[in-house]
Design a protein around this ligand. Sequence first.
Ligand SMILES: [Zn+2]
Length: 284
Amino acid sequence: MTSVDTRQPLLLGIDLEDVRDQLPNGHKFQDRLKDNVSVLLDSLAVNKVKGTFFTVGTLAQRHPHLIREIASQGHEIAAHGHNHTQLTKMTPAEFAADLEKNIGTLADAQSSKVVGFRAPTFSLTPKTQWAYEILAEHGVTYSSSVLPARNPLFGWPDFGSHARVVSKNSGVLEIPMTLHAKPLPQVPLAGGVYLRVVPFALTLWSLTRQSHHTPITTYIHPYDVDTAQERFMHPDLNENKMMNWLMYVNRDKALYRLGQLMERCSVGRYCDWAADWRTPSQSG
Ligand SMILES: [Zn+2]
């Protein structure tokens, strides 16, 4: 008899990028990427879970063997922009060219078809929803690119909390970020800086308040677990010193917290959940 896993479903997303690429002269700082990825892969292996690595194309060009290694461990490789350029900074034609390069590079590095996408800094909003048709033209079937709240950078406040197809022409399934339960502030429940900064008891409380009909979605970056990274101003923060300080807070707690989520939830890859969503069980 097989036992049914009644735990809350959680889709584990790792945004695979090297922030140094987005800084002028960023490569004067130490390259810590492989060490950080190795720490994350070990943690996933210990917890016996598979996740999705939303991967920047230029990083995959530089480290094809690393991408191959991640894929060989059963994790999904998905797209995260060739140059990590926000959708608002591109025309549709520029986005199409960027995506084509991103997917081509990921396809060169490993053998599985790329079907998933995450917009850099959740820059998929009502203004950039033209992106869905371009995603479909490139074989992408799901996206996890919407932050369904008001946010200093980007947000789509009235998107709602459930996965759905926004653009019927494209058929692309959008799986939005999971937010904290109200009355807590509407910020991501299990994403990078928020996983580190919000008191963890509140994160666990929010976890118990989520519907089991939609998965918890997550994002974490290699730098979120890096306790030895040099101090520098991170990109896309408008030089805000307070926000940059938060980029370094509680990095020594990130792995433990991620481990707790992996223990408490039924963790999986985005591509598998998206495929199941399209073929609901006949039994019920
Ligand atoms: Zn990113």
